[in-house]
Ligand binder design. Structure first.
Ligand SMILES: [Zn+2]
Length: 64
């Protein structure tokens, strides 16, 4: 397979990149940033780190 991408396809890819944020999120590739440094999770009884996605504002907590 050649690596040359037809111009029409390349343009489509560029357009996609601009609106790729939500698409990335939908695919599970969130842009996580740490929201609050530490928070106590009552259920697990441990300190957790809260991460928030810059694009879709979804949050995720992870155990340290
Ligand atoms: Zn996201």
């Amino acid at each position: 397979m050649a690596d040359i991408i037809p111009l029409a396809k390349a343009r489509k890819t560029q357009r996609k990149k601009k609106a790729s944020g939500k698409t990335m999120c939908k695919s599970g590739f969130h842009k996580w940033t740490i929201d609050q440094s530490k928070q106590f999770d009552v259920r697990s009884g441990r300190l957790v780190t809260i991460r928030r996605c810059e694009r879709c504002a979804e949050t995720r907590t992870t155990l340290d």
